[in-house]
Every structure is written in structure tokens, then in C-alpha cells.
Design a protein around this ligand. Structure first.
Ligand code: NDP
Length: 504
């Protein structure tokens, strides 16, 4: 890979269509900003509806091209393995690019990029394992089979918080099955996806199998989700945008897989080691500056240990080191975009107006080593929170947790489920019966017991309620990106008289 942070700095990045990096038809470019300074650092192509149409046509042609369509499963798997090794060889460079673009901690993006090859290998291993089945149907001399086949062109709209890791979980299985793809990364973090495109080219995927159209959601995103040539959409982002995309897709009767927002409950019972639970809550909500869809942003604590827990949570939060995302000793970096900073600040202010109290944090950190234009926000604990306060209802995507007490298990489950979201949940308890009752009653796609944010591409996950539908990961995802075709074969050699109906 030739691309690095220094080759991107000050450059103009192009679209990746039909196996080549090409200029946008309209000749327009958009500035990308560095979250640690708020200053522009490169420009990327602004795709319009024409560019999107060219990309979908390239993906459609690649889908029908025998080079890809008739490639054996083993060879598709081998291509993915080659890509896995290229990602491995360039993991640290990819991490530096993504961190510069979205401000996520370098140690975290590095861990994500170094783990990504395993994910590509895992799905490469599935390329030759997707199979249909044979179903007896009460007819003699008849073979009834279900074939599994790829869908066609898949449109992927990815967010800015972990662009490559979130892309991998759907791109790898999609390619393993033999689909082709048009990716629209977020305008706030496009660079790492374009760097990956370079690796896809280097790995030797046939031209047009993967295409990247950069630009805005309003223009490139809308054009992609209205295009009649797309067979499925994969979206990760806000519930509002997900709703809009699903509406567009419905016009063409195209299915979607949606990973949307969350307002996940994190429950603490008094029977656990409070320090452990505090560490779990802190990492569950402040990691990645709270910009994760699974952030445990509503914390419910058993009343008997509430004061003790709050003291420990405040003291631990005060020790969090906010700093440059590239520094090894930083715990929390900046937010990825200026809008996020004002959104988070506004929600904290509205929470205070509604009666919650800021126990720690609540504003922009004043530190000499941080550029004043950087988009930093202090890790913030809000006590005396209520489920009906705006900051407890909506996804903030920032380092803010609202804490409230509960009396008993019945009240806790009611409070935890009192949200329109249902992505993740966590419980800290030593009582296994209680943990299992929670797992059974919580309305969320993921349940963590005595841990949080522990995830693997080897198991399927996704949301309930307004957190979306469709599953990523595990073998389950292979069914998301393939379809069944039913084939009935009569091998009797004798066609019945067409007008004789045999009654029972
Ligand atoms: P969006 O949901 O608007 O953006 C996510 C992706 O959708 C981006 O690629 C965006 O492109 C694209 N997009 C936006 N509008 C359209 C459209 N009309 N048609 C097609 N694609 C579109 O999130 P924001 O970046 O505005 O962030 C707002 C909030 O969303 C956050 O505060 C957070 O609560 C939530 N969010 C949740 C994520 C998750 O992981 N579940 C990830 C990101 C955000 P572009 O960026 O170029 O506009």
C-alpha cells in the first residue's frame, strides 16, 4: 500500500470505481478535518448521482462477469485470504490513517486493524461452506432442492466511528458469497476505506467487484439508496438516517440490514466488587469517547450501593486521561466531528435543566497540551438522572453516562427496557439466576454478564426495536447476503396428463 498519513496529507483523494481511482464527474472535492485541531488535512472526491450510477453499473457488470461469477468458492476464499494478509502487513498504517481522520485512539484503531485479518480469514473459510438443502415433498421421483446464491450488488453505507472494522464484518462475507459491492463511507472519515480499496486492487479482485463512492450522505448516499440496480443495503448509523434509507429502499422493494443507534442499559447489583463494576461501566461508556453504538449510557445501580458506587465512579472518571489520540497514555480522545461536540454539550445542558446533576466532567477540557480548536469533551457522569430526560432518551454518541438507582429486580428490568432502542445491555451480579432472568427479559440483541463491549466476528449480533434488524457476524451473516432458490426436478421420465388432477 502506497498510501500513508503523509501521502494523504494535503492530497486530493479520488473515487474507486471499476478497479481504478477516478476523478468525480462534477469535479468537486470536500475537505476532511483533523479532529485534534479542527483544521482541514486532505480533500476527497464528491460523488454525485452520475458517479454513483457508474459505480453501480461497474458492480453490476462485475457480478455478471465470468471472472467473478464463475470463480470457484475456493478461489474466492483465496482472494479474501490474500486481502487478509495485505491488511495484516499494512495494519499500523491503516490505523494511523483512521485515527488521523476520526480521532479514535491509535491504540484502539491499531488493535482493530491487527484483528481484522482474522475476520477476513474467518469469512474466507466460509466461501466454500455455504450450502443449500434437499427437502422431501411427498412426490415420488422428484428432487426438491434449495440453492443458495449471491444477491448481486450490495450497497454499504458506513459510519465514521470505526469505518474499517464495521465494514469488514459485512464486506468479507459479502465477497465470500460472490456479491459485488458499492461502499459509501461517511464524509467524516473516508481515508481508511480508500486505503483499503488500494489493498483490494493489490489483492487482485476483478475490477468492479468493490467500488467506493465518497461524498455526502445527502447526495451520494441518497443516490445509492434510490438506485434500482442494488439488491441489498447494509447501513450502520443513526436511527433517523436508517429510517430514511429503509424508506428509499422500499421503493425498489430492496431489503436492508440496519445497525442503528442505542441507549444501552448497564445494570449494577450490590453483590459484586464495586471497583470491577465501575471499570466495566467506565469502559462501556467512555471508550472511544462514547462514540460506539453499544455505549452503556444509562447506568442503573441497586439503591443499597448507590452512594458507594457513585463515589467510586466519580473517582475513577476523574483519573481518565483526555488527550491526543496518538499518545500511548491517552484514555479518551476527541470526538470525531464538530457537530458531535455541540450535540453532546447541548444534551448535557438540557439534562441539567431537567434536574440531573453533573457529578464530574460536563464541558470541554482545559489542558495546555490540547489544541483549543480540538473537539474534546470531558468524560461526564450525570447523577439524579431519569429515563424521560432528553439525554437519557436519545443517543448522544459522546462520553456521558446518566446514573439512577433502582430498588429491586422488577423495577430494574422495567427501567432498563424503558427505551425505544434495543442494541446491547450489561449486568454485574454474582447471582447466576438473576443474570439469566435478566438475559431472558431484557429487550436487546446483546447481553453482557460481568463484562461489556466484548464482541467477536464469530457470533451474530444486531439490534432489537429501533436499534435495527439483520445480523452481522457468525455464520448467520452468510444468510443475510445470499438468497434461496428452490429447484424441483422430476426424474420419472413421464409427464402426467396435464388435465388429470389426483384427489386424495
Ligand atoms: P448518520 O446516520 O447520518 O450517518 C451514517 C452514514 O449514513 C454516513 O455514511 C452518512 O454519510 C450516511 N448518510 C447520511 N444521510 C444519508 C442519506 N440521506 N442517505 C444515505 N446515506 C446517508 O450519522 P451522523 O454522522 O449524522 O451522526 C449522527 C448520530 O448518528 C450520532 O450522533 C450517533 O448518535 C449516530 N451514529 C450511530 C452510529 C452507529 O454505530 N450506530 C454510527 C454513526 C452515527 P455522511 O457522513 O457523508 O453524511
Amino acid at each position: 500500500m502506497k498510501t500513508t498519513v503523509s501521502t494523504i496529507e494535503g492530497s486530493r483523494q479520488q473515487l474507486f470505481i471499476g478497479g481504478e481511482f477516478v476523478a468525480p464527474k462534477g469535479g468537486n472535492y470536500i475537505r476532511s478535518y483533523n479532529p485534534t485541531t479542527g483544521e482541514p488535512w486532505y480533500e476527497f472526491a464528491e460523488a454525485d448521482a452520475d458517479d454513483v450510477a457508474i459505480a453501480v453499473a461497474a458492480a453490476s457488470a462485475a457480478f455478471r462477469n465470468p471472472n467473478w461469477r464463475r470463480m470457484t468458492q475456493t478461489d474466492r476464499g483465496a482472494l479474501l485470504r490474500r486481502l487478509a494478509e495485505l491488511v495484516r502487513a499494512n495494519a499500523d498504517a491503516l490505523a494511523e490513517i483512521e485515527t488521523r481522520d476520526n480521532g479514535k485512539l491509535l491504540k484502539e484503531t491499531r488493535a482493530q486493524m491487527r484483528a481484522m485479518p482474522d475476520s477476513y480469514h474467518y469469512f474466507a473459510g466460509m466461501a466454500d461452506k455455504l450450502q443449500g438443502d434437499t427437502i422431501p415433498i411427498n412426490r415420488l421421483d422428484t428432487l426438491n432442492i434449495n440453492l443458495r446464491e449471491p444477491l448481486g450488488v450490495v450497497g454499504m453505507i458506513t459510519p465514521w466511528n470505526s469505518p474499517l472494522m464495521l465494514l469488514t464484518g459485512t464486506l468479507a462475507p459479502c465477497l465470500a458469497i460472490g456479491n459485488t459491492v458499492v461502499i459509501k463511507p461517511s464524509e467524516h472519515a473516508t481515508a481508511s476505506t480508500l486505503a483499503l480499496a488500494e489493498l483490494i486492487q493489490e489483492a487482485g479482485f476483478p475490477a468492479g467487484v468493490v467500488n467506493v463512492v465518497t461524498g455526502t450522505g445527502q447526495s451520494a448516499g441518497e443516490a445509492l439508496t434510490r438506485h434500482a440496480g442494488v439488491a441489498k443495503y447494509v447501513f450502520t448509523g443513526s436511527t433517523a438516517t436508517g429510517r430514511r434509507i429503509a424508506g428509499n429502499a422500499a421503493q425498489n422493494l430492496v431489503p436492508c440490514s440496519m445497525e442503528l443507534g442505542g441507549k444501552s442499559p448497564h445494570v449494577v447489583f450490590g453483590d459484586v466488587d464495586i471497583e470491577h463494576a465501575v471499570n466495566g461501566v467506565v469502559s462501556g461508556v467512555f471508550a472511544a469517547a462514547g462514540q460506539t453504538c453499544v455505549a452503556g449510557s444509562r447506568c442503573f445501580v441497586e439503591a443499597s450501593v448507590y452512594d458507594r458506587f457513585i463515589d467510586a465512579l466519580i473517582s475513577r472518571t476523574q483519573r481518565i486521561r483526555v488527550g491526543l489520540p496518538t499518545a500511548e497514555d491517552t484514555d479518551v480522545g476527541p470526538l470525531a466531528l464538530a457537530d458531535q461536540l455541540s450535540k453532546v454539550a447541548a444534551y448535557v445542558a438540557s439534562g441539567v435543566k431537567e434536574g440531573a446533576k453533573v457529578a464530574v466532567g460536563g464541558g470541554r477540557p482545559q489542558k495546555a497540551d490540547l489544541a483549543p480548536g480540538g473537539w474534546y469533551f470531558e468524560p461526564t457522569v450525570m447523577v439524579d438522572a431519569q429515563n424521560d430526560m432528553a439525554f437519557m432518551l436519545d443517543e448522544l454518541f459522546g462520553p456521558v453516562v446518566g446514573v439512577m438507582a433502582f430498588r429491586d429486580e422488577a423495577e430494574m428490568i422495567e427501567l432498563a427496557n424503558d427505551t425505544r432502542y434495543g442494541l446491547a445491555s450489561g449486568i454485574w451480579t454474582k447471582d447466576i439466576d438473576r443474570a439469566l432472568r435478566f438475559a431472558n427479559r431484557i429487550e436487546a440483541g446483546t447481553v453482557w454478564v460481568n463484562t461489556y463491549r466484548s464482541a467477536s466476528f464469530m457470533s451474530a449480533n444486531g439490534g432489537f426495536k429501533e436499534s435495527g434488524y439483520g445480523r452481522r457476524g457468525g455464520f448467520e451473516v452468510m444468510h443475510e447476503f445470499s438468497r434461496l432458490k428452490n429447484v424441483i426436478i422430476d426424474y420419472s421420465g413421464a409427464m402426467q396428463d396435464p388435465f388429470v388432477i389426483r384427489l386424495k
